[in-house]
Design a protein around this ligand. Sequence first.
Ligand SMILES: NC(=O)c1ccc[n+]([C@@H]2O[C@H](COP(=O)([O-])OP(=O)(O)OC[C@H]3O[C@@H](n4cnc5c(N)ncnc54)[C@H](OP(=O)(O)O)[C@@H]3O)[C@@H](O)[C@H]2O)c1
Length: 263
Amino acid sequence: MLLKDKVAVIYGAGGAIGGAVARAFADEGARLFLTGHRLAPVELVAKEITAGGGAAEAAQVDALDGRAVDEHVQSVVDRANRVDISFNAVGIPDATILGRPLVDLEVEQFAWPVAAYTTSYFLTARAAARRMVTNRSGVIMTVTALLSRTGVPLVGGYGPAMAAKEALTRSLSAELAPHGVRVVGLRPQAMPETATLKEAFEPRAKATGLTWDQWQELLASRTHPRRLMRLAEMAEVAAFLASDRASGMTGTTVNLTMGSLDD
Ligand SMILES: NC(=O)c1ccc[n+]([C@@H]2O[C@H](COP(=O)([O-])OP(=O)(O)OC[C@H]3O[C@@H](n4cnc5c(N)ncnc54)[C@H](OP(=O)(O)O)[C@@H]3O)[C@@H](O)[C@H]2O)c1
């Protein structure tokens, strides 16, 4: 098992990516502390994992609230003695921005995803790093999207937010890696199983007349294998990156766009 007895905290664990990563970490033997904005979806994931023989506990933590994040991480350390992995899979709702041109947005609407994504990643990384540095061991992880490096219309500040998170991954690593803490991101291709992708499709359907199937085909045609990614594939990579087998990786965001985005 890649993550046997590793203690992992996941933020946004009730979501598509957070839930898939939680299942993969559990399969690899990690002890999980799952958190989310609303408790009910996180509890569902935790129950599924414990029913399968894994170790998972659920808690309600607003990942934009520094005190809530700190108190939760401290409670994990009090019970499990350490934090080995921190994974921020938080997705900030952006329904009012999707489909609207940048020139039509108020500055607050543009700035919201940039501030929210970076704040959440900063707060969760900081809370973990403070404990990990003491142990001279740990991995801090998050997820971004290919919009960090490609111009995509009608998504407001989402692309700049993803780029800022990838920059923060590099900055955190530069400061933390000398203390034994790795910082690694994942940049997955779109995963059609997720509600996020369906939500991103709606405004495009109106603008382009494409059907859901046609849009998926269009995205898939840009990848080398001519198909989109499954959540489980992304989560397998996350488990490897979180493991000691990836000890040579830090300060980078792994390009999981299946060839859509050149390195
Ligand atoms: N899905 C894809 O195909 C894909 C591909 C590439 C990148 N991404 C990116 O990866 C991220 C996650 O995507 P996803 O598909 O997993 O999204 P998702 O299913 O909507 O999950 C996001 C999770 O974040 C939680 N959350 C939101 N605000 C929070 C807060 N303040 N504190 C704690 N938790 C909070 C949500 O909880 P509540 O529901 O309780 O609010 C939800 O469980 C997003 O940035 C997304 O754009 C997604």
